[in-house]
Ligand binder design. Sequence first.
Ligand code: PMP
Length: 324
Amino acid sequence: MTRPRFAYFRGRTVPYEDARLGLLTHTLNYGTGAFAGLRGYWNEDEKQLFVFRPRDHVKRLLDSARLLRMNLPDSAEDLVRAIASLLAAEELRTNCYVRGLVFYGDEAIGVRLHGLTPEVAFVAVPFGLYIEKAEGAHLMTSAWRRVDDNTIPPRGKIIGSYVNSALIKSDAELAGFDEALVLNSQGQVSEGSGENVFVARGGRVVTPPVTSSILEGITRRTVMALLGDELGVAVDERPIDRTELYLADELFLTGTAAQITAATAIDHRPIGNGQMGPITTALRRLFLDVVSGRVAKYRDWCLPVYAATPAPADAARTRERVLA
Ligand code: PMP
């Protein structure tokens, strides 16, 4: 992975090496933070970098912060601006990923969420595929169970709960699969280790509801709108049994990192005919056009970095300024 040159840290864009934290930092010790993952898409025709749905990502980051009793002074707009100016300083002209973090920076011993000082930071790196076999992933059903609303709420993108995701993902990869789906404590399908899941059967598409121990995915919301409004495919939100996965015509995962990943097998059973299906194929094509700012109707979801912040020619001056 390319090392970032800059970070947004303590209210400023600073050289990445200057964004340092001590070993006793509360969130490092107890997982008491939350994160965000956004994608930037480079549009070569317009020579523009578009950040996809940054307001929604920042809003979810602030909601996760609220679950952790964090009262951040920054507004959503402040944070969207911080992301845009960080990307401009990085001068990224390629697809990229922005990591946002809210954390307790206090160097303090004692498990709690109160009496601590929340902070926010962002970094950005060039980024390609998250799941290599995005056109034909082989999934497994994980032996782990998803955390739930009464343990560590999966509705928040809470750092500590990603131990659950890491257990799921490593067991899947080390067993030769690309990703795993995990059941919730009721034994119904929740999501992947870092993706929401959609199942197509008989021309209809279903996805677990937000009460099935899932993260309220922004790609999920995007896909539900595109399926209904553009592809004329109805989407139902309802609990899904494990065996419905085995009888699916198509199955795909959605996430900022995974984008729309087609699954063509699960637990060594082919999904449908074992090839990416027509709904997934059409959706992937449309999604890539939408996120790169090529569909006028959805252009509001795409924040242009080099218009909203110093133009590319000014980025060098920004760099000099932050390095000064
Ligand atoms: N579920 C989990 C557990 C995730 O980590 C992610 C990635 N953020 C998602 C679903 C997908 O969410 P989004 O589409 O907002 O990236």
